[in-house]
Design a protein around this ligand. Structure first.
Ligand code: UDP
Length: 418
């Protein structure tokens, strides 16, 4: 098929940044334009190319594929995630069956420690809260599930909130009591979201469970994996198809006119960016800034931190957590790069902010999205975390794209049959 955009596709997508591209307005020979080469975009591109004969053009404004999952090996030989640590875990067998076809994966059970300041100085304790956390901070005699139930009954005895909880403050106080709420959750959340938990949906803090046992893993899903050669190589495999063209460094919204003849557009960017002309209220997002520190080690199997991720739930520091990437899959290197994460309202959108106000604003955009196909007289869909303004884990983004694909395929087959 003749590319509609003059783009030289290099052997490796890593080098596929198109410096000097020329977009013609004749775009008829592309069937599907996918905006965004992150998880949602790459999964849906893969399905179109493999299950239909359609020609797919994937665009991304960044100079690499992979969205926020993008990773690379730094000069010290450590694999780093450019946009924060990504840990794949899922309960959905269909999601795993799909994604595990790409690249190779290794089991990795993620553990996080929280640095909590006590009268005896700082302590690194497991989060989510489990028996070892309670033993190390509050009561060494708590040893069984029954002990935990009694401990938390006492911690929450003065809390009168009942389900359904109205916000994250209520749900966290009701589950953990005030002492743990203040030590682990309140200030971390204020740093992360620039809001008190009272102004966030209960679901935000309900992401962190309370464990009545010794299980100190961050996630309990049966499937917990990391890609052996990094996430970027998984995206290379997902997009490696003769019917997929990838164009990097292109801002779709600036060049929208050039792609208007393509019969289907799947937009995975921020929905308020797509409808910016309407001048509706802006949706809120949180972004992250990263600060690196390189630490030399005596041995290549030494580490600086006691865990891959150390959360900072106090106001003593401005960052929310430190990631020591070398821990993941136990990489060997004589220099370890620590990355501190600072939450910010400026920069690339990472997290939608789940609360009533933003949900109300999103609803107006959602109504526009639902009628965009009719307005444009071509199919326009909105897919993924930013386009649907939903706080999604990786497996949810993959699952959502696969579900979207199945729905579309069912409709398409019906049209073909009739
Ligand atoms: N959170 C907290 N203390 C912690 C870890 C998490 O208060 O030590 C809160 C915080 O508001 C965070 C939310 O729980 O945004 C969800 O945490 P998770 O680790 O799932 O966040 P993500 O990995 O998506 O950044």
């Amino acid at each position: 098929w003749s590319p509609v955009v003059t783009v030289s596709r290099s052997a490796s997508f890593k080098n596929a940044l198109v410096q000097d591209y020329h977009i013609t307005s004749h775009t008829m020979s592309v069937d599907v334009c996918i905006v965004g080469a992150g998880l949602s975009g790459a999964v849906i591109a893969n399905r179109y190319a493999n299950e239909t004969n359609k020609k797919v053009l994937v665009l991304d404004s960044r100079d690499h594929i992979g969205g926020n999952c993008y990773d690379y090996v730094n000069k010290y030989g450590v694999r780093m995630n450019k946009y924060g640590a990504h840990l794949f875990h899922t309960k959905r067998r269909d999601v795993w069956d799909f994604i595990s076809q790409f690249g190779t994966w290794e089991p990795w059970e993620h553990r996080t420690l929280a640095k909590v300041y006590t009268a005896d100085g700082p302590k690194h304790v497991p989060i989510p809260i489990c028996i070892p956390t309670v033993q190390q901070l509050y009561d060494p005699d708590v040893k069984t599930e029954q002990d935990m139930l009694e401990f938390f009954k006492n911690e929450t005895k003065d809390i009168n909130f009942t389900k359904p909880y109205k916000n994250s403050e209520e749900s966290t106080l009701a589950r953990f009591g005030r002492r743990i709420y203040e030590s682990f959750f309140r200030d971390y959340t204020i740093k992360q979201w620039d809001k008190s938990p009272e102004r966030l949906d209960a679901s935000v803090l309900e992401r962190i469970p309370l464990r009545l046992n010794y299980d100190d893993r961050y996630f309990t899903d049966e499937i917990q994996m990391l890609p052996s050669s990094g996430y970027t190589s998984i995206f290379e495999d997902l997009l490696d198809h003769s019917h997929i063209q990838v164009l990097l460094g292109v801002d779709y919204l600036k060049h929208k006119e050039c792609f208007k003849n393509i019969q289907t557009t799947i937009f995975t960017g921020p929905i308020d960016g797509y409808f910016a002309d309407y001048n509706y209220k802006k949706l809120e997002y949180r972004s992250l800034n990263f600060k690196e520190e390189n630490v030399e080690l005596e041995r290549d199997d030494d580490y600086v931190l006691p865990a891959s991720v150390v959360n900072e739930p106090s106001m003593k520091v401005k960052y929310t957590r430190t990631v020591e990437y070398k821990h993941f899959l136990q990489q060997k290197a004589y220099t370890s790069t620590l990355v501190r994460e600072y939450s910010s309202s400026e920069g690339d959108p990472y997290y939608p902010v789940p609360n009533d106000e933003n949900r109300g604003t999103y609803k107006a955009f959602q109504e526009l999205a639902e009628t965009e196909t009719a307005r444009e007289r071509r199919r326009v869909c909105f897919l993924g975390r930013l386009a649907n303004y939903k706080y999604m884990n990786m497996d949810q983004a993959i699952g959502n794209a696969l579900d979207h694909w199945e729905d579309w395929k069912r409709d398409w087959l019906q049209v073909c049959d009739s």
